[in-house]
Design a binder for this molecule. Sequence first.
Ligand SMILES: [Zn+2]
Length: 382
Amino acid sequence: MTEKLYDNDSYQTEFDAVVLFCEASGDGYKTILDKTVFFPEEGGQSCDTGHINGIEITFVELCGDTIVHYSKAPFEPGSTVHGVIDFAPRYRKMQNHTGEHIICGIAHKLYGCENVGFHLGADYVTMDLDKPLTSEDIAKIEVMANEAVYSNIPVTAYYPAEDELKITDYRSKSNITGKVRLVNIEGYDICACCAPHVARTGEVGIIKILDCINYKGGVRLSILCGRDALSDYNERLKRNIYISNLLSVKQEDVCTALDKLMEDMASLRQQIGEKSKLISKLYTDSISETDENICIITEGLSSGEMRHIVNGIMTKTTKSAAVFCGNDQDGYSYIIGSLHINLKDAAPQINSALCGRGGGTSQMIQGSVKTNKKQIEVYFTN
Ligand SMILES: [Zn+2]
């Protein structure tokens, strides 16, 4: 059994320990010490990072009641080693984890929710609650959770005696075997938990619920607390400043400005559509009825505009009506239509003659060719 130094002091970052066991494992080594401040990967929370005797610890896991440290270099069994954890990521987890307790405690009290999942990753925190919640419920939970932060309540962890545990009403994710460690946030939550937490709720800084999605009959909440919430705020602010500069409006006006921009775009799209129809009509009107192929070679048309034109001019010929758009250097895109020739059957021959690719229906095909204007003209005059 490894003595878990983080049980009593979440803020301890350094320690001396005796190496009980070390052996090769995979492409590195696994080591067991008599005690450690390294929190292992457990209960949805990733493990601590850090060094022992200057050697990086790459992973820490819990095997029964023993904590196993993984590293690229070995440690001498029987020797005393000195370990240090990276406190910044640990503290970030302590803030988020304590925030999670506060939210779950409130959701449990107000709505009878049980916490059925928790993930504290490198840049995200999610928790799963087993009952559906409305956006009003979520807003209420968030307000109350932050009130708990302002109240700066002590967060205490302890192993109660069996008798005391029996009469304690506490939350628990799973049926725990062995000694139960309770984490108490007076008035908000009491929960079985093995992880390190901050000493007082004020250290959580801020609790922000970012997202709530329906999940397995309940909800999955994404939250951020403390430094993570501040970093997230800064990123969001940066994006807001970028958009407000781009639109030349005040930050508080970006939504109104974006709505206006979307309206303008919709109106422009409609105008473009009408112009396309007009161009198509002008082309169609300028062409007389014929028994020859019609071929227009031009630049700067969208595929929608090309289709409009083909739809118009194909009514003027008993053969094919083609629009090619592009230039000799980059090649041409094409749309060809016909009311009399089966173009689906003709497509392989057209593509072969003009070094192209494409296909479609018997009435209309589209694709691209890598050839020059002259060759296209020659092909369609024959
Ligand atoms: Zn916890």
